[in-house]
Design a protein around this ligand. Sequence first.
Ligand code: DGL
Length: 271
Amino acid sequence: MNNQPIGFIDSGVGGLSVVKEVMKVLPNEQLYFVGDTQRNPYGSRPLNEVKIFSQQLANFLQTKKIKLLVIACNTATAAALEDLQTELDIPVIGVIEPGSKSAVATTKNNTIGVIGTEGTIHSREYNKKIKQLNKSTLIKSVACQPFVEIVEEDNLSPKEITTVVSNSLNAFDQVNMDTLILGCTHFPLIESYIRDYFDEQITLINPAVETANLVQQTLIKEHLLNEEDSQPKEHIFYTTGSVEKFKEISNKWLDNKNFRVESLSLKELID
Ligand code: DGL
């Protein structure tokens, strides 16, 4: 069991922001990732549909004998975490609770901003988790769905990205928050633009960092850690969209190049 891969699912390339953090803390593990690029974006779909898609991706990875599943997508976490935790007989980890914990531990003025997809923001999962941790926290959530396309398409100029980012983030102009959760795994890929919009007083929280720690703790607790000292086997990234484009973005975004990208047909996922 310990040599088996860890699985990750997302609607596209965004989940690689979680893969990147897990690679840092668990360099011995082999990672399998599925990005459902063809059906991206998930964030503007009904949560029930996202739940079904997430189950399809998880079932595919189960055929690859993964030992733990990371839902590397906030929208899919909001839609399917509880169901997948019940349905699968391996540990299943989402990104919303780690992100919330990290933000509550960081804020000094008890005011947190959240940006995410339409689905994540409307689900109010971040609000629920943050309030469970600290009832008195003030929360301002804003859906920034267009950011997903910026990342997936990867073809806008810096000036165009700055405009799209400002048009959404100006909803925070009157909000006195000191902490902002990047509540979509696509957003760390344009973090510099988000950071540029705010002054330095605001701490950006990338839930992937805390998620990677949770993955590590869970593997230790469940005695699933790969303790072999040899180089890990090649990581495998499946995409339901263009292999070339996925490869290009992965190469740009990840320092670790020990991966290959494979095509996955929707037919194989659905059957
Ligand atoms: N990366 C995903 C998330 O964290 C979803 C982006 C999308 O497909 O809309 O919510």
